[in-house]
Write a protein that binds this ligand. Sequence first.
Ligand code: NAD
Length: 317
Amino acid sequence: MGNRILVTGGAGFIGSHIVDRLIAEGYKVRVVDNFSTGRIENLQHLKGNPNLEIIEGDLKNEQNAKEAVKGTDAVFHFAANPEVRVSTTNPKTHFEENVVATFNLLEAMREFGVREMVFASSSSVYGEPQEIPVDEDAPVRPVSVYGASKAACENMIHAYSKLYGIKAVILRYANVVGPRLRHGVIYDLMMKLRNNREELEVLGDGTQVRSYIYVTDAVEATLLAWRRSHGNYEIYNVASEDWITVNEVVNTILDELRLDGVKIIHKPVLHGVGWPGDVKRIALKIDRLKALCFKPRHSSIDAVRLTVKELAKEVLA
Ligand code: NAD
């Protein structure tokens, strides 16, 4: 295990927290990001740190991928378009941002002999499971193009791991939340409340079930899985051990922001979900991670509450 790490999407939400942790542990970190959703502010506090190099580059471009990978020992691949909703209206973007970018990265790794990859996959690969929580052996049946693109990346990485000896750790994250978050249900609802404190439109019937994990727990799980997994290709669910409904998220936001009397308007599509490709119920078993001695410090509701506190300072102040 060398100490030069490439973090793709390192200016994004989760990626920047991964960068923080790697830098704190003394690694030499290179970030590649096209700044489509990533923000330089997420790395501003590390400005001038000799162990951090930031490259503006787009992984859809083969040459950019090569320049990013060259001279590194391991790749933490967090760059992607994370918006499930966009994948429904614009599938090609997701195919290119997720699948093509991952392919370019793997090819560059093959060319330069980089043998370790940590990949940010998603619980959306499971689609709409019959029962929750699901373990890692549950069928992969994505119902969104986003989920399908993550499953395609996983399979591509699997083939590269078998063919070219790349050791890969696949992390299927539940909803990751925390400071610097700029997409997803908590952020969207808070933005709506910033504009209108009388009424709040909630996508779906509010009974959708999700597991939330605080970003510091997700980073801890990621580093543990990277260091402690033995196989050449390992998959881990990353989540807290409980789950909550969207209505509970809404109530937590209103409570934390001390807002009374907001009229909630549910906007369900299909069978109560928020948009085509959204799933009604998803939660993950994390026994594999626990076998590596992982224990999430925050429950789903704590993770949401802490995130609302942080985002209130970041975007509502
Ligand atoms: P984010 O949008 O904050 O981060 C993605 C980063 O990738 C951004 O900085 C963006 O500018 C960059 N990027 C996108 N396309 C790129 C390209 N072609 N070349 C270079 N950089 C590119 O999103 P996030 O929530 O931090 O997600 C990080 C990863 O984790 C993604 O792969 C996402 O699919 C995955 N994930 C996130 C969650 C979650 O709840 N946040 C859950 C499951 C999986």
